[in-house]
Design a protein around this ligand. Structure first.
Ligand SMILES: [Zn+2]
Length: 184
């Protein structure tokens, strides 16, 4: 369950114009053959990890996050090639890996801790909670899946019972696909 009050207070703190940019709570690193977003500090359940910022596009790609019906956030073109040493990247969120048992969830355009995350842990979210139909489906190899990973292709391809079970973690545009049923 997302803790709205802590999100609101963090957002308010940022709006109050703390002079220096708040230290990034995460860092993008290349380890075990892929880019990962790692927590740089303890992040409590319900706390804001980062904001999903970028340019709005109407088509998904492997680098976008869906935030509405036909609305996706993409990194601005030509930015954030970590192999070039862009550190810290402007769009760390594009390096978030999928997990079927994630420790973060996307609420609006905020990435929020879904449970306690320790410093050094990888931050993940479930792509099926934001993406209706993914541009580049893949066979999941997350820890929850192991070797017999399921195909991650987007919310529309999940069995209905699974869709309903995911309701509390779903982005608003996917909740609407369920017609509001399953609401708590
Ligand atoms: Zn998985």
């Amino acid at each position: 369950m997302v803790n709205d009050s802590s999100i609101a207070s963090l957002a308010a703190a940022e709006l109050d114009g703390i002079a220096a940019p708040r230290t990034a709570r995460v860092r993008v690193v290349h380890t075990d053959g892929m880019w990962r977003v790692l927590a740089m500090e303890h992040i409590g359940h319900g706390e804001l990890i980062l904001e999903i910022k970028g340019v709005l596009v109407d088509q998904p790609s492997r680098y976008t996050v869906q935030i509405g019906e036909g609305v996706h956030i993409a990194p601005a073109p030509g930015r954030d090639d970590p192999s070039r040493g862009d550190d810290p990247p402007s769009y760390p969120w594009q390096f978030l890996n999928h997990s079927c048992d994630p420790n973060a969830v996307i609420a609006g355009t905020n990435l929020v801790a879904h449970r306690r995350i320790d410093a050094g842990q990888e931050v993940t979210f479930d792509y099926n909670t934001t993406e209706y139909e993914m541009a580049t489906p893949f066979a999941c190899q997350c820890q929850a899946c192991g070797d017999g990973g399921s195909l991650i292709a987007g919310f529309r391809f999940l069995p209905t019972p699974r869709q309903r079970e995911m309701y509390p973690r779903l982005a608003e545009h996917l909740r609407r696909k369920l017609g509001g049923s399953g609401a708590t």
